[in-house]
Design a protein around this ligand. Structure first.
Ligand code: FAD
Length: 465
């Protein structure tokens, strides 16, 4: 007898007697849970490698309104280093190997290349400690590539009239090439569209695409999933790419901390757009960041920087129940404190925009692992279940390559260096400190919780995109 288990529901169902996973063939049924950023990338790589029986499930058609990837832009970097063999390869840090794979996709893959904008990147801070952190963590290339900046020198990085603020106590570096932004939503749609062209099937919408639990056969083997319409979908392999929502479908032994960040849009007049074109990304680790306005809606997205909001005690929790973890929920508003941080950031950088109304606002969820490395592995107790989770706030840029790692793991040929870095590692989450800043700064140096939020913005038409 097997079980359908979700952490929120514990219904039981009979499933077939399976004692070991069948050998993987190109026509073996494969299920991908979640058609978000990593699910789309996984679907793409499965299609490209010739798998003919792939089903992707999601409660929403792509681009899912609750996917972190459904966003106008994200920061991305492209490095020039490529593995050339020999000893050098082993001496290079794993982050460089990962970045090289990612860069390859933005620079050369026709599915992704049109969406990368190499406009440069400015990393900054407002206090000496945070500036030291920026020096240590944001200088990832040859130091001569970075121009130091202080105070009003930041204004020179963009056309006159964009950065009119005083940049009080700001210090930082400007990297003019090899970094910039990507059109996130369009890159995500491009990956999913290409997967569909290659024969991958998407079953989306609620209830039919919403996975409610995994189907377990003998010896812990996962033999498919149950969906909210009461159906079962059987598979030889199941791939979990449900982002922060994965935490509700499987016990991750505290390796995932669903955490939300906040973003807001300000509308620009069509006449203003030419001035705000081809801008480098401006990122202050204590204030926030922005990229140039999107062309479709003429809106400038701004994120206030902070260590994130968990939801251990706010919306969606049963007040009577013991803590059930940090629960992600969708909301197209942000806390008023977040609005204030966005406006303070604008006052220091672009005061001409600081008091404009928001056209859109949203909380956006991701899942942090304790070391912020990705978690891509075969589950040790469920050998037909492959995990692709733990975006840890930097998982979008890797949409170009992440599906390749996940499918390598599925095929049992993930390179050892990546396998070691991405492995299932519950020992790193024993007695996990849920308040850990995990290397993030922000104005308030603490992890916040939606349970503490009293006032939210009341923005616009609540459109969900
Ligand atoms: C505000 C913000 C800014 C960010 N900025 C950057 C950046 O500049 N650069 C960068 O690289 N990264 C950035 N990130 C991180 C990046 O967006 C994420 O790491 C990445 O998108 C995670 O992808 P994912 O596929 O794991 O999750 P998602 O893209 O969120 O996908 C999860 C999917 O699971 C689906 N799902 C949910 N429940 C179920 C269910 N029951 N059954 C089936 N499917 C389900 C959802 O509908 C969704 O499609 C940012 C994140 C946030 C929140």
């Amino acid at each position: 007898m097997g079980l359908v288990q979700s952490r929120s529901e514990s219904e039981e169902l009979q499933v077939e007697n399976v004692s070991h996973p069948a050998r993987l063939k190109k026509d073996s049924p494969i299920i991908v849970i979640g058609a978000g950023t990593w699910g789309a990338s996984t679907a793409l790589y499965l299609g490209r490698r010739g798998y003919t029986n792939v089903l992707v499930l999601d409660p929403h058609p792509y681009p899912s309104p609750i996917s972190a990837g459904n966003d106008v832009n994200k920061i991305a970097e492209t490095i020039s280093w490529r593995p050339s063999g020999g000893e050098e390869v082993d001496r290079v840090p794993i982050e460089t190997h990962i970045a090289a794979r990612t860069s390859e996709g933005w620079l050369n893959d026709p599915v992704f290349k049109p969406y990368y904008h190499d406009t440069g990147f400015i990393a900054a801070a407002s206090t000496p400690d945070a500036f030291q952190f920026v020096k240590e963590h944001e200088i990832t290339d040859d130091e001569s590539e970075y121009t130091p900046l202080a105070g009003t020198e930041f204004r020179q990085t963009m056309p006159e009239g964009v950065l009119t603020g005083d940049f009080p106590n700001w210090k930082g570096f400007w990297k003019k090439r090899g970094a910039g932004w990507v059109h996130a939503r369009n890159a995500y749609i491009s990956a999913a569209d290409e997967a569909r062209k290659l024969g991958v099937r998407f079953l989306t919408g609620t209830p039919e695409g919403k996975v409610t639990g995994l189907l377990y056969g003998n010896n812990g083997h996962v033999v498919g999933v149950a969906t909210a319409d009461g159906k079962e979908h059987r598979a030889t392999r199941t791939i979990m790419t449900a982002g922060p929502y994965a935490d509700k479908l499987l016990d991750f032994k505290n390796q995932l901390r669903p955490t939300a960040w906040t973003l807001a849009h300000i509308k620009l007049e069509p006449s203003e757009l030419p001035l705000y074109k081809n801008l480098p990304v401006l990122f202050n680790v204590e204030r926030g960041f922005f990229m140039e306005p999107d062309e479709e809606h003429h809106e400038l997205k701004i994120c206030d920087e902070h260590p994130g909001y968990t939801n251990f005690k706010g919306p969606c929790h049963d007040p009577e129940a013991e803590s059930s973890g940090s629960i992600p929920f969708a909301k197209h508003q942000i806390p008023e404190a977040s609005e204030e941080r966005v406006r303070n950031f604008l006052r220091e950088t672009m005061p001409q925009l600081a008091d404009r109304p928001f056209a859109f606002a949203r909380i956006c969820w991701c899942a942090d692992t304790p070391d912020r490395r990705f978690l891509i592995d075969t589950h040790p107790d469920h050998p037909s279940l492959i995990l692709g989770v733990g975006g840890s706030g930097h998982g979008f840029a890797h949409i170009t390559s992440i599906g390749g790692f996940i499918v390598d793991e599925l095929e049992g040929r993930l390179e050892k260096r990546f396998k070691d870095a991405f492995r299932w590692r519950p020992e790193t989450a024993v007695d996990r400190n849920w308040q850990d800043l995990q290397g993030r700064w922000g104005v308030e140096r603490r992890v916040m919780d939606f349970g503490e939020v009293k006032e939210w913005t009341k923005v616009g038409d609540g459109r969900e995109y």
